[in-house]
Write a new protein. Structure first.
Length: 255
């Protein structure tokens, strides 16, 4: 006798938990109405603050720029004075070897002694100062630099025609002097306007640098006409006691 077995009942799926209610973001408060007049006031305040800030910056710039320019000119003057003193020292060494400051006769002596190929001319201060390099009392062109118009920083190439090229010397040289001359006689000067007896007042805030035969270096005021006054007369006036009634022979830088 066959026994009948009931078909197995499929397993029932576990009951699902009830769905939680979805959280709703809190409602934002309604925007606060801003009147047009209030908006205009805010914009006006912002513009005023910006304008005040701009004016303040302009005032600060107006104060700072002249100070910076003054400091730059002072630094340029200090550098010029330092170089002028170096030139004076080199001229002293040169005179000890050749019994004179650079002139046409010493140029021939330097050529003979050193066999130099440097151009030792007789027209500009570059020509005469080149003798210092040829005589090996100095080996750098940088000593002849000053921050004045028409002059650029030397490249320090001292070979042949490249030695003290145009624009690499800022100092005017008084030709024909020796250490036996009046000690107050000007020997090296800057910043002069080439071809004149006037100075350029711009580079050093109306100051001129003057090296004297007695090895002193002075900073002299330049007047409104571009002249340096000494003993109540122009520095280059032949009536000055150190010129002995003669016009000084000035050799200007080659620009």
């Amino acid at each position: 006798m066959n026994e009948e077995y009931p078909s197995p009942t499929p397993a029932q799926a576990p009951a699902q938990p009830p769905a939680l209610p979805t959280a709703q973001p809190p409602a934002l408060p309604p925007p606060i109405p801003v009147s047009k007049s209030k908006t205009s006031s805010i914009v006006l305040v912002v513009l005023v603050i910006a304008a005040v800030g701009f004016v303040g910056l302009s005032v600060l710039a107006g104060i700072a720029v002249p100070v910076i320019l003054k400091q730059q000119k002072y630094a340029a003057l200090a550098s010029c004075v330092s170089n002028a003193k170096q030139i004076d020292l080199m001229l002293t060494y040169f005179e000890a070897d050749y019994n004179s400051f650079p002139n046409d006769q010493t140029a021939a002596a330097v050529r003979e002694k050193t066999n130099t190929d440097l151009p030792l001319g007789n027209t500009t201060s570059n020509d005469y100062f080149r003798q210092l390099i040829a005589a090996q009392v100095i080996d750098s062109e940088l000593t002849f630099y000053a921050h004045v118009p028409g002059i650029h920083k030397p490249d320090n190439v001292t070979a042949g025609s490249h030695c003290l090229e145009a624009g690499e010397c800022a100092f005017t040289y008084v030709f024909g002097l020796t250490s036996g001359d009046d000690g107050s006689t000007p020997l090296v000067l800057t910043p002069m306007i080439p071809g004149t007896t006037t100075f350029d007042p711009q580079p050093f805030s109306r100051k001129a640098v003057v090296v004297h035969v007695d090895h002193t270096t002075t900073v002299e005021p330049i007047d409104s006409t571009g002249h340096v006054m000494v003993n109540g007369m122009d520095l280059f006036d032949p009536k000055q006691p150190f010129w002995h009634g003669k016009n000084p022979q000035l050799r200007y830088p080659k620009l």
